[in-house]
Design a binder for this molecule. Structure first.
Ligand code: CIR
Length: 258
C-alpha cells in the first residue's frame, strides 16, 4: 500500500516564510480547494491519503515534505532551517511512528526535506539557506549502514534543491540548470525547463504519472515529448507561498519495499 501524509492548509498561510518571492495576497479558500484537488489526485493515483489536521498557528505547515525523509528502512525527522517551522515536526513524527523507526537530525544541522532528492541509493542534499553541511554529514553517518550515499549539492537562486530538480521518470531528471550544476547528476538523462519557466522543475512522480503544476505549458510540452505522463493541477495559491507539488506530501510504501 502507498501512503501519502498531507496536512490541511493553515488559515495563517498568508504569514508564510518567503525567501525568493515577493509577498502577494493568498486566497485561503482557493488554496484549500487546490489542496483538496491535490489530495484527490494522490488518491486517484493509488495513495491512501492520511490528512493531518490544519495547524492554525503554523503558517507553513501544509508543506509536510520538509519535516521528514521517509526511506524504506527508516524515517529521518528534519530540523527545519526556518526556526518558525520547527514546531511542525512533532505531529509528523507521531504520524510516521506506526510506519518506520525514526531518527532525528540534531543541532547544529539544519535540514528541510525539500532539499533531499533520492535517486535509488543516492541522496542528493541541497546546500541552501535551509540546509547545511552538518546535515549532509549527519545523514551520511546515519544512512551508511543502510547502503545509502549522500552528496551535498550547491543550489543558487531558489529555495530548495527540489525547486531546481526532480526525477520525472526512472533515470530522468527535470531541472533548471541556472540553479544547480548538472555535473552533480552525471549519468542521468536531463530535461531542462523552458527558460521562460524557471519554477517548472518540481514534479511529483507517483508510479507512472507525474503530478505537475498547471501554468508551465512549454516545459509540460517538453515532458510530453519525452513520454512523461502528467496529471496537471492548479496550485497557484500554494506557489505564492513558495511551495509546489512535492512539498505538500510525504509518500512512501507500507509495508516498505523488501
Ligand atoms: C517555506 O519557506 O518554508 C515555505 N513557505 C515553503 C516551503 C516549500 N517546501 C518545499 O518546497 N519543500
Amino acid at each position: 500500500m502507498r501512503i501519502a501524509i498531507t496536512r490541511g492548509v493553515s488559515p495563517a498561510i498568508a504569514d508564510c516564510q518567503l525567501t525568493h518571492l515577493e509577498r502577494r495576497p493568498i486566497d485561503y479558500e482557493r488554496a484549500r480547494v487546490q489542496h483538496s484537488a491535490y489530495e484527490a489526485a494522490l488518491a486517484a493515483l493509488g495513495c491512501q491519503v492520511q490528512a493531518l489536521p490544519a495547524e492554525p498557528a503554523m503558517p507553513d505547515s501544509v508543506f509536510v515534505e520538509d519535516l521528514a525523509i521517509v526511506l524504506d528502512e527508516v524515517a529521518i525527522l528534519t530540523r527545519p532551517g526556518a526556526v518558525s517551522r520547527r514546531a511542525e515536526t512533532a505531529s509528523v513524527a507521531t504520524a510516521l511512528t506506526p510506519f518506520r523507526p525514526l531518527v532525528s537530525i540534531d543541532a547544529p544541522a539544519t535540514l528541510d526535506g525539500g532539499d533531499v532528492l533520492r535517486t535509488g541509493r543516492m541522496l542528493s542534499v541541497g546546500l541552501t539557506t535551509r540546509t547545511n553541511q552538518a546535515a549532509v554529514d549527519q545523514l551520511t553517518t546515519v544512512l551508511a549502514p543502510y547502503g545509502y550515499r549522500v552528496q551535498g549539492v550547491p543550489v543558487r537562486g531558489c529555495l530548495h534543491l527540489k525547486s531546481a530538480v526532480t526525477e520525472v521518470a526512472p533515470g530522468t531528471l527535470l531541472g533548471n540548470g541556472q540553479w544547480i550544476d548538472w555535473r552533480a547528476f552525471a549519468g542521468f538523462d536531463v530535461i531542462e525547463v523552458d527558460a521562460a519557466e524557471p519554477y517548472a522543475a518540481n514534479g511529483l512522480r507517483i508510479g507512472e504519472r507525474v503530478i505537475y503544476p498547471a501554468g508551465f505549458p512549454a516545459t509540460a510540452g517538453r515532458l510530453a515529448q519525452h513520454g512523461v505522463a502528467l496529471l496537471a493541477l492548479d496550485v497557484s495559491e500554494l506557489q505564492k507561498a513558495e511551495g509546489a507539488v512535492t512539498c505538500c506530501s510525504l509518500v512512501f510504501e507500507s509495508p516498505p519495499r523488501p
